[in-house]
Design a protein around this ligand. Structure first.
Ligand code: V47
Ligand code: SF4
Length: 373
């Protein structure tokens, strides 16, 4: 039972269902979005988070490689990409330059490299296979989480191979898992307005389904807080929940807060902190088959990410080491996102949680729950 009194009968019924570990319907989710106070949904989400993970909060030691910001697509919210036609402002890294970035971490205890960038027509399946091979032969134990479904869709079409064949070649080259980007909002009416020209919802979901069937785990994101409605958010999460019921291949759900600097949607106001926390909590309640909910601190800011640890979040991603520009270019307060392990541990402890260093697949690497560590 929640400690909340004076709830409407609908909210009270939903609260009892959540406390009993039952799945909520789309309609009930809408009631939470429309009527659930941040305190109520937060308490319910926290109950779920603690039932699953106790006081643990996960983080990892990772860095990003962004091969290029040149992109054939023109998503309205993207502050990062430079159109293929005006390449003078963009960067394009060679395999040698990217391998050099990996070598900077030689002897350092990072466990994951996250590779994601713009969609460059010359960086094709053969190029990326060679890149993954080069990284794996240099450091076989480094987990490679690489390329969004948007990049795969373009890359495989261009190479004229099926998704299965494309993924097979990249797995052979060293691919270990797939990040959650490119999902944005699945609802076609919104997708049409914010990212009309890239892979649609069905294509994004089909790539993740195929990956899961081939034993490749992935993450899922949702870009929220712009022009989407509560119904659009629920539609997005429903499609993810349905796929997860079938494959169990998603590790983590990552809501990404829309940032409005220097992009074609700068006129759209950013969501408030209360809306951010309500969204995290409601996602935790609705997505009952996702083990993990991540708040991505470079996007949300470290203090808000800390707060989210009381709203259902059990993971705050990684050290990152100032190796991504996607969020700083879109106006995040984190202009040079980097946190040492000590800082991440401190941040989690300040929120009265137990820090656990994980690898990409949530195996425990280091337990920092006792101050001696
Ligand atoms: O798909 C781009 C987002 C995503 C903006 O899987 C923006 O562990 C907000 O998916 N405001 C790519 N968001 C990054 C991504 C990701 C990040 C961290 C961890 C993982 C993971 C995946 O970045 C894009 C898009 O949704 N994005 N521009 C913006 N202005
Ligand atoms: Fe290209 Fe990705 Fe930016 Fe869209 S969000 S323009 S696909 S880099």
């Amino acid at each position: 039972m929640t400690p909340y009194r004076n709830l409407s009968s609908d909210l009270s019924r939903i609260a009892n269902k959540v406390s009993a570990g039952e799945r909520i319907s789309d309609e009930e989710c809408l009631t939470l979005f429309n009527e659930g106070s941040v305190g109520l949904v937060g308490a319910l989400a926290n109950e779920i988070k603690e039932r699953w993970h106790g006081n643990k909060v996960y983080f990892n030691r990772n860095f990003h490689i962004e091969p290029t910001n040149v992109c054939v697509f023109s998503c309205q919210f993207c502050a990062y990409s430079r159109l293929y036609a005006n390449r003078e402002e963009g960067w394009e890294l060679s395999i040698e330059q990217m391998l050099h970035l990996v070598k900077r971490y030689d002897g350092k205890p990072v466990t994951e490299v996250h590779i994601v960038g713009g969609v460059h027509p010359k960086m094709d399946l053969a190029f990326f296979s060679e890149l993954l091979q080069a990284i794996k032969s240099h450091r076989p134990s480094l987990h490679i989480k690489a390329f969004t479904a948007v990049e795969y869709d373009y890359m495989f079409r261009k190479a004229k191979v099926s998704v299965q064949e494309g993924l097979r070649r990249l797995m052979e080259a060293g691919l270990d898992s797939i990040p959650g980007g490119g999902a944005e909002i699945f609802a076609p009416a919104i997708r049409q307005q914010i990212c009309a020209d890239k892979v649609d919802a069905e294509g994004w979901l089909a790539i993740h389904r195929t990956a899961h069937e081939m034993g490749l785990p992935s993450n899922a994101t949702m870009l929220y807080g712009h022009i989407e409605s509560f119904e659009d958010r629920i539609d997005h999460m429903r499609r993810l929940r349905e796929l997860q019921d079938q494959t169990r291949g998603f590790n983590t759900f990552i809501p990404l807060k829309f940032r409005n600097k220097d992009n074609d949607m700068s006129h759209v106001k950013e969501s408030t902190l209360i809306e951010d926390m309500r969204l995290y909590a409601i996602a935790r309640i609705y997505l009952d088959n996702f083990s993990h909910l991540k708040s991505y601190w470079p996007m949300l800011g470290r203090q808000n990410a800390q707060l989210s640890l009381s709203f259902g979040v059990d993971d705050i991603d990684g050290t990152i080491d100032d190796s991504t520009k996607i969020y700083s270019m879109a106006g995040s307060e984190e202009q040079h996102p980097t946190l040492s392990t000590e800082q991440l541990v401190h941040l989690i402890r300040q929120a009265k949680r137990d820090p656990i260093e994980r690898d990409t697949l949530y195996n425990v690497v280091n337990d920092f729950s006792t101050p001696a560590n």
